[in-house]
Design a protein around this ligand. Structure first.
Ligand code: PLP
Length: 425
């Protein structure tokens, strides 16, 4: 028997987990599945802007060799300019690393930092790669709660309570996946203050920093943290709808002198990877400096914004479901009224939904949410498909409503406590 490494124990990625595998099997059998499970814009008609595609085609022949491990000069210069404009002080060219998507850089940045048992504060719900990557490199994920009743914002006092002598870093996902929350200045300042007091590294995953609704603005955590070691990440996947090109970047800023050894570790790991996909690197400058057509998509008449309205209203009109309006990204994290339905938990819900209605969503516990009564909806599909998918969820839930369903808890404006909800499922 060849066994997988025990290092993978506790490492999960439910967005492409067993339920997703089941969906692929159903597709092979000839079923058509409505995919509301992954943030992959292009298959839903959100094309990568033409100048970016052109930059790749036109520069193809100069992408034949390896590049410098940290990335090509033009891309790193453009990234530097971008963050200087966004208010991050002293972004040094040498502290910018380009990778094969943010996923690659999440793994690399934690691999370069963690000692066995180091604790990393991560939001719950989270983008699950963060939790899994911490475990993979021997660290201990410690979740701080984002509060649905507070618009999915975390409570700084709760973050403080989780800090121990082993806490090494804090992860901020802003705009957030899966909740769509966009953190304001005051909250970010409080988080930065915690990091400052406890000498934590801030990992700020800002991959949706241009996908913002209702006029909210995005502030990079690093802009408020000139004296804290801050690792900011973004890329082409979401803002530029170029998920398949695999281009992301990481910038270490703030107290970089304190981070000299860490930066050496990052350089070593980046050298060991030789370099990231050069073809995609060549599009970064064009993307960052060109016309930002994402801005049109999030305006009130823009496609993303209209689909957000549609998804939010259809979820809220479905008896037993509720959600907070997302202010960024293209996900909503819907809550199910636990008492109302006949399935035992969120996983049973997503499996039955897939089997009976051929709609694929991801269960809330897949985002390390502690109570099994949420699921994530991706609102990228065009209005017709999104409506069909959400209608199927509604009829599924109608069929699975208990005979004597209680009055909606959300209508009563009351939420179950975590304990109560766990017991109910
Ligand atoms: C918060 C967050 N970080 C990172 C990623 C990974 O993106 P990439 O395609 O750049 O690897 C995603 C993808 O969904 C994400 O939502």
């Amino acid at each position: 028997m060849i066994r997988r490494s025990s290092r993978l124990d506790g490492v999960n990625y439910e967005i492409k987990g067993p339920v997703y595998e089941r969906a692929l099997a159903l597709e092979k059998e000839g079923h058509s599945i409505i995919r509301l499970h992954i943030g992959n814009p292009a298959p839903f008609g959100f094309d990568t802007p033409e100048p970016i595609r052109k930059a790749i085609i036109e520069n193809l022949s100069s992408a034949q060799g390896y590049s410098e491990s940290k990335g090509i000069i033009e891309a790193r210069e453009a990234i530097r300019e971008y963050y200087l404009e966004k208010g991050i002080p002293s972004v040094h060219f040498e502290n910018i690393f380009v990778g094969n998507g943010v996923s690659d850089l999440i793994l690399m940045s934690l691999q370069a930092l963690l000692e066995p048992g180091d604790e990393v504060l991560i939001p719950t719900p989270d983008y699950p790669l963060w939790t899994s990557a911490v475990r993979l490199y021997g660290g201990q994920p410690v979740h701080y709660r984002c509060d649905e009743e507070a618009g999915w914002f975390p409570d700084p006092a709760d973050i403080r309570r989780q800090i121990t002598a082993r806490t090494k870093a804090i992860v901020v996902i802003n705009p957030n996946n899966p909740t769509g929350a966009v953190y304001g200045r005051e909250l970010l300042e409080e988080i930065v203050q915690i990091a400052r007091e406890h000498r934590l590294v801030i990992f700020s995953d800002e991959i949706y920093d241009k996908i913002l609704y209702d006029g909210v603005t995005h502030i990079p955590a690093a802009a408020l943290a000139p004296d804290v070691v801050c690792v900011t990440m973004s890329g082409l996947t979401k803002n530029y709808r170029a998920a398949g090109f695999r281009a992301g970047w990481l910038v270490v800023s703030g107290a970089v002198k304190e981070a000299a050894s860490y930066l050496e570790g990052l350089s070593l790991l980046s050298n060991m990877r030789v370099c990231s996909n050069v073809i995609a690197q060549q599009a970064i400058k064009t993307a960052l400096e060109g016309y930002q057509c994402i801005d049109d998509l999030v305006l009130p008449a823009g496609r993303l914004r209209r689909q957000r309205e549609l998804a939010v209203s259809m979820i809220r009109e479905t008896p037993g479901l509720s959600c907070v309006t997302p202010k960024g990204a293209f996900y909503l994290f819907a809550r199910m009224d636990a008492e109302r339905f006949d399935f035992r938990n969120d996983t049973e819900f997503v499996i039955s939904l897939l089997t009976e209605e051929k709609v694929l969503v991801v269960q809330g516990t897949g985002f390390n949410y502690p109570t099994p009564d949420h699921f994530r909806v991706v609102f990228l599909p065009a209005e017709d498909e999104l409506t069909e998918g959400l209608n199927r969820i509604r009829s599924f839930l109608r069929r699975h409503t208990r005979a004597h369903a209680p009055v909606l808890t959300s209508q009563k404006g009351r939420l179950f406590t975590g304990k109560q909800r766990t017991r109910l499922f």
